[in-house]
Design a protein around this ligand. Structure first.
Ligand code: MEV
Length: 420
């Protein structure tokens, strides 16, 4: 059965043993027994050795799943690879609150990426810019000749823009090649096209091309997610107001905005990693976009609707792919894409943006009310219990005692383990 037909809403999921959680996901996503086995397998060394250089082994991260998500009317379980405790639970809880008012709604632009060509050593900068624009058609044809498959699927180089920039080295012309990369992240396609255009632009202008590379400020590939968070479920008007007060600091202050946006990326990065995408590209694009108007600010916006519910919106560039790259090679990335049931890169971007908004809401909600340490402490206490030598059932017992005493220290944990 397709996962869109089943509900992702489940309570007490975190209390289930791991094998029961796997059963739930298997049923939701229609996984085969072979696919189920991947959850407890490791990336094989030969594959790893082909992915990067000087391989010694592999490095594991916990893979969890966020539940309760409804996005554009469809239910999703969202795989999240992260080392940070509380993140998966917080996202699931936020999705549960958003669901009361219909869940997340998204919009996404075309998958347009920008490739840059930096042209130097020009006598006539304006003339060079004009020549490039005059030969736009031939330049786009040359770019498209590099990737016939992309063109066949409706993608390819679509436009070309020129900018004249001033620098301590003098003026330069920067050409932007705009490429529709369809379901790919696009770096390979764009970089190949840019390299192919360089000699032609040099010949046309008499200048020297230096850089020819994709821009990670993918501001033509924008996704927007929106959700209404129920006022009553949040605890009433005062809590909504407290939330908006907290949020306002992220709007006006880069010190807070950096942490606020980090909370958004806690969600986005985890699904980006789980699907084998390039999280550095996503991070770079998000933070550059947050500073697009000259001051670094919040990527999300919050306000009240007529009924006093909290409305959250998130807008950012998301250059994600579902074809090519590590996401095709890594078996767990393929598994995670199947769990998501995504059919296009656009859909993955929409899920990632919704998760980012959920994560951001959850963090600011906690910070405006109980603070975030409460949520962190029980998992932290479990880790301390394990470090103190607790095994099996002892782990929960020791952790509970530590939290009860408000003294989550290794020495005390060792004493309790000793008593047990
Ligand atoms: C911690 O990883 C993320 C938060 O700091 C985000 C925030 O402050 O909004 C909790």
């Amino acid at each position: 059965m397709s996962n869109s037909k089943k509900s992702s809403m489940v309570s007490g999921f975190y209390k289930l043993p791991v094998d029961k959680r796997v059963d739930f996901v298997k049923d939701f996503a229609g996984l085969t027994s072979e696919e189920e086995k991947l959850f407890s397998s490791f990336l094989d060394i030969e594959t790893a050795d082909r992915m990067i250089e000087n391989v010694l082994g592999t490095f594991e991260l916990p893979l969890g799943v966020a539940v309760n998500f409804k996005i554009n009317g469809k239910d999703y379980l969202i795989p999240m690879a992260t080392e940070e405790s509380s993140v998966v639970a917080a996202a699931s809880n936020a999705a549960k609150i958003a669901r009361i008012q219909g869940g997340f709604k998204t919009e996404c632009s075309k998958p347009l990426m920008i490739g840059q060509l930096q042209l130097l050593k020009l006598d006539d900068v304006a003339g060079a810019a004009q020549k490039i624009l005059k030969h736009k058609k031939e330049l786009l044809e040359l770019a498209n000749a590099q990737d016939k498959i992309l063109v066949k699927f409706g993608g390819g180089a679509k436009d070309l823009e020129v900018r004249i920039l001033y620098s301590p080295l003098g003026k330069m012309v920067v050409t932007h090649l705009i490429v529709d990369v369809r379901d790919a992240m696009g770096a390979n396609a764009v970089n190949t096209m840019c390299e192919a255009l360089a000699p032609m632009i040099e010949e046309l202008t008499g200048g020297k091309i230096r850089l020819k590379i994709l821009s990670n400020l993918a501001d033509k590939r924008i996704v927007k997610a929106k959700a209404v968070f129920d006022k009553e479920k949040m605890g009433g008007e005062d809590v909504v107001n407290a939330f908006l007060e907290s949020y306002t600091l992220a709007v006006i202050d880069p010190y807070r905005a950096a942490t606020h946006n980090k909370g958004i990326m806690n969600g986005i990065d985890s699904v980006i990693i789980a699907t084998g995408n390039d999280f550095r590209a996503i991070e770079a694009g998000a933070h550059a976009y947050a500073a697009r108007n000259g001051q670094y600010t919040s990527l999300s916006k919050y306000f009240k609707d007529k009924k006093g519910n909290l409305v959250g919106e998130l807008e950012l560039p998301l250059a994600v792919g579902i074809v090519g790259g590590a996401g095709n090679i890594h078996p767990k990335a393929r598994l995670c894409k199947k769990i998501l049931g995504i059919k296009t890169a656009k859909e993955l971007a929409e899920v990632a943006a919704s998760l980012g908004l959920a994560q951001n809401f959850a963090a600011v909600f906690a910070l405006s009310t109980v603070g975030i340490q409460k949520g962190h402490m029980s998992l932290h206490a479990k880790n301390i219990a394990v470090m103190a030598g607790a095994k099996g059932d002892q782990i929960d017992k020791v952790a509970e005692q530590l939290v009860k005493e408000g003294n989550i220290k290794l020495d005390r944990a060792k004493e309790i383990v000793g008593q047990l």
